[in-house]
Design a protein around this ligand. Structure first.
Ligand code: MG
Length: 335
């Protein structure tokens, strides 16, 4: 018999209970331990999708009822009074529709990234539900350190796709799709920052790409570790539904020498910063490598910014990265 879930109490008034649900689908059982009772049905569906690849809108959750009807997506799980290891019967297919859906995430991301995220950022960042999820990641996600952290260095967290690399254009070899100045950028930043790569893909893919790009074995800098999609957490926002985001708290929880005071994160998708909006620098996506690699200077400009930041700013919380292109270290306190 599995043990009863441990109740946990957040700093806020809401008491958060970890949920354990077993999804029964196509003759198999899939345990789901990611959720708390403060999550919604929409988040549950998203987690089921991650487990089964059955898209949320295709999932028929047979015995998830609220007031005699199918529980709506915005229903919090706490009101459904689910027993520990509740068996949830699901019907749904993965077939051709799912295959085509696999092409979608990037395109969707482009569209939703145009929203102004400021208001939602605050809600998500401070939510005890998501902080509890991050705590769980801190406890359970095993970081495989490639190189140890160095004394007194800041922390730079980098996305791969469209930030360092155009993963969509066809090419004979990876270097054609590499963002210009990548190695110079990493080498310069390495003097001041420990470097982490975080991509919303699988670990094998990340390792392979870093090898092909000549990052993993470069003699002039070292990567501390890689994080993959399983280090991300799902959050629900009213405006944009369920999203996977990259919570820096996962790293800060395991490496207390880093915090918002000395960490920056680069990504072409702003929503990835939802848990840490003030630590994110949104970079212009690097696409159509064959054309843009002759003109793209984003990494060159970012090198200057990140070095200025490391040299002149001892508390990154005092800087608004949204204005990074106009950063002047002498005026940093007034930004
Ligand atoms: Mg990206």
């Amino acid at each position: 018999m599995a043990a009863e879930p441990e109740p946990s109490t957040s700093k806020g008034v809401t008491e958060i209970r970890q949920l354990s649900i077993i999804i029964k689908w196509a003759g198999n059982e899939y345990p789901l331990t990611e959720l708390t009772d403060q999550d919604t049905v929409a988040v549950l569906r998203h987690e089921i999708f991650k487990l089964t690849q059955v898209r949320p809108e295709r999932q028929k959750l047979i015995n998830l009822r609220y007031k005699g009807k199918v529980a709506p997506d915005d229903t919090k799980l706490c009101v459904l009074d689910l027993k520990h290891n509740f068996k949830l019967m699901m019907v749904g297919s993965t077939e051709a529709a799912i295959e085509s859906a696999m092409q979608l995430p990037d395109d969707i991301a482009e569209v939703i990234d145009d929203f102004d995220v400021a208001e939602e950022e605050d809600l998500v960042e401070k939510s005890p539900v998501y902080l509890a999820k991050v705590q769980r990641r801190v406890r359970e996600y095993k970081i495989t350190e490639i190189n140890p952290p160095r004394e007194g260095k800041r922390l730079l967290v980098l996305d791969i796709d469209y930030t360092l690399f155009d993963h969509r254009s066809p090419a004979e070899n990876a270097s054609e799709l590499m963002r210009p100045y990548l190695h110079e950028f990493l080498e310069s930043c390495y003097k001041y920052y420990d470097i982490v790569i975080w991509s919303a893909t699988g670990m094998r893919w990340i390792e392979e790409k870093m090898k092909l790009l000549g990052v993993s074995n470069n003699p002039n800098y070292k990567i501390m570790f890689y994080l993959d999609s399983t280090a991300m957490i799902s959050v629900y926002t009213i405006e944009r539904g369920v999203l996977d985001v990259k919570p820096l708290g996962l790293i800060w929880g395991q490496y207390p020498q880093y915090s918002s005071k000395n960490t920056v994160m680069l990504d072409d998708i702003q929503r990835n910063f939802l848990m840490n909006p003030r630590s994110g620098i949104r970079v212009r996506p690097f696409r159509q490598a064959h054309i843009s690699r002759h003109t793209d200077k984003e990494l060159l400009k970012l090198t200057k910014y990140l070095i200025d930041l490391a040299r002149y700013c001892d508390d990154f919380d005092t800087v608004n990265h949204r204005k990074w292109q106009h950063y002047d270290p002498r005026k940093r306190r007034t930004q």
